[in-house]
Ligand binder design. Structure first.
Ligand SMILES: Cc1cc2nc3c(=O)[nH]c(=O)nc-3n(C[C@H](O)[C@H](O)[C@H](O)COP(=O)(O)OP(=O)(O)OC[C@H]3O[C@@H](n4cnc5c(N)ncnc54)[C@H](O)[C@@H]3O)c2cc1C
Length: 478
């Protein structure tokens, strides 16, 4: 309550979540000049900001799947991450795939620098805690948000941005939800089933390949592995004009894209150029697709799109191929019917793709590599559940994420935008399909920052000692 009163005199923007999206948004809002003095509050439940799920601190050097030269968090300063890495003594070029852990350090340093030197009239407050509910309150004709933390603290904000990021995967048997942590449990000589064959499986397989004598089996519906990245040229043909002018149906689109890819290869170029082109215009293509075609895409095309779009550093792809060739990793297309726990560990009943007869696989561990489960209605997160109960958010019809209007304000249960409650992050795939990687997210963050800096509500004093007195950490993000 004390916190609530102290912040009343500020125009406050509260960001829930300090992963890539929340951290970069906070840094931008601190640097840019606002229509009126503003206090930016960043609430993150992890000890450190900037890491989130993707850039967590692991001892194993998990790599970025995008070269350093394309990973700047700032679209206006494309070499920022590369320069940061070089300043840390890493001898890297724009084409190198650097550790994800280093990227987390970059984001944290970016926020620290912005908080040390904010634009005039802007202040920063970092709170370590979990937001569990958000309620609208109206007082003297002015409406604001009351934001409740898990430990009972409460804050008031004029604007709230939900930057909640990547949800945990679907529950699978009794598997640990964090596959990177689960990998640390595996002992030499053990057998492991990896459920999923995407980028998370690759992470875990690489980590486990360093444990002597481990036998790996990976199963997914299609059994497809992500393709390798190359140093292809991002040509100007990537405006997507032709695709956007072509017929709207999914079938026509898919055959056009395949034709373009074949033509590129026949002309001595790289099919990745075509994928990049489609990715660039994916939001426009997705928005004009009918709901039926979107649903068809998810059922029939998505698995193929994903492995061509989310690619691996060439060395990583070669290492996975080597593990397969050595028989240390077996990849199958199939469907898991059941995982039972028997005395000797998990017993997996599964069907190979197209087979009628089930097979039994006994392993020492099962690791859930199925990736984030974006189905909002199934979310175990207290905040999401509370927002749903209050009717403040709603999932899109295909349950890909959260619905927002073009400005980023969330859409409530009755289909109306909720003033000054925004969402930004990977769940924008409900609107844009391609919304999970840094190149897309940084653009969304920049657009939201522009909108928020233009908003204005109340008049403020200069730096407030009252905030420090409340025991919150000010201007010192960790
Ligand atoms: C393993 C992995 C690797 C990736 N690698 C790449 C890559 O190499 N290149 C690339 O371009 N993209 C990559 N991505 C894509 C990635 O989604 C984005 O880059 C980015 O992590 C998304 O950031 P975010 O902040 O939206 O989500 P997250 O990183 O998930 O962060 C969300 C944060 O919000 C916090 N939070 C959530 N709810 C609450 C709450 N109620 N209260 C307080 N805090 C809360 C969480 O603790 C978390 O720190 C990767 C993704 C993953 C999962």
């Amino acid at each position: 309550m004390q916190a609530h009163n102290a912040l009343m005199s500020f125009r406050t923007i509260l960001i829930v979540g300090g992963g890539f999206t929340g951290t970069v948004l906070a840094a931008r809002l601190l640097r840019e000049s606002h229509a009126q003095p503003t206090c930016i509050i960043l609430v993150e439940r992890q000890e450190e900001v900037g890491r989130g799920l993707a850039y967590a601190k692991h001892d194993f050097p998990y790599l970025l799947n995008v070269p350093a030269g394309q990973m700047s968090a700032d679209p206006e300063n494309p070499t920022e991450f590369l320069e940061f890495a070089q300043q840390q003594g890493v001898s890297a070029t724009a084409d190198d795939f650097l550790p994800r852990r280093l990227y987390g350090e970059y984001l944290s340093a970016k926020l620290k620098a912005a908080a040390r030197n904010p634009s005039p009239g802007t202040q920063f407050l970092r709170i370590h805690g979990e937001v569990v509910r958000i309620r609208r309150v109206s007082q003297s004709g002015k409406s604001s948000w009351s934001v409740g933390l898990g430990d009972g603290r409460s804050l008031s904000a004029d604007t709230v941005v939900l930057a909640l990021g990547n949800p945990p995967p679907r529950k699978l048997h009794r598997c640990e939800l964090d596959p990177w942590r689960a990998a640390e449990e595996v002992q030499p000589g053990q057998s492991v089933l990896l459920v999923g064959t995407g980028l998370t499986m690759v992470d875990v397989a690489l980590r486990l390949s360093t444990v002597p004598g481990v036998a790996l089996t990976a199963i997914s519906r299609h059994g497809l592995l992500p393709r390798a990245q190359t140093a292809f040229t991002r040509r100007t043909m990537c405006d997507g004009g032709e695709l956007l002018d072509s017929p709207v149906s999914l079938l026509a689109l898919v055959s056009r894209v395949r034709e373009q890819a074949r033509a590129a290869v026949a002309a001595g170029r790289d099919w990745r150029e075509v994928v990049t082109q489609v990715r660039a215009c994916a939001p426009a293509l997705w928005r004009r697709m009918s709901l039926e075609d979107r649903s068809r895409f998810l059922r029939h095309v998505r698995a193929y799109w994903d492995v061509h779009r989310h690619r691996l550093p060439a060395e990583t792809a070669a290492r996975i191929a080597q593990l397969e060739a050595e028989g240390k990793l077996q990849v199958h297309a199939g469907r898991i019917r059941e995982i039972r726990r028997v005395d000797r560990g998990p017993c997996v009943i599964w069907y190979r793709r197209g087979a009628l007869q089930s097979e039994i696989l006994r392993v020492d561990h099962v690791v859930n590599c199925t990736g984030p489960d974006y189905r909002v209605r199934q979310s175990p997160e207290p905040l999401i559940r509370s927002l749903l109960r209050a009717g403040l958010i709603r999932p899109d019809p295909l349950e890909l994420g959260i619905e927002v209007d073009p400005s980023g304000e969330v859409i409530d249960a009755r289909g109306r935008p909720v003033p000054r409650l925004y969402y930004v992050g990977p769940m924008l795939r409900a609107r844009d399909w391609e919304a999970t990687a840094v190149p897309e997210l940084r653009r969304h963050v920049a657009a939201l920052a522009r909108r928020l800096t233009a908003e204005a509500t109340v008049k403020l004093p200069k730096r407030s000692p009252a905030l420090a007195a409340l025991g919150f950490e000010i201007d010192r993000p960790r």
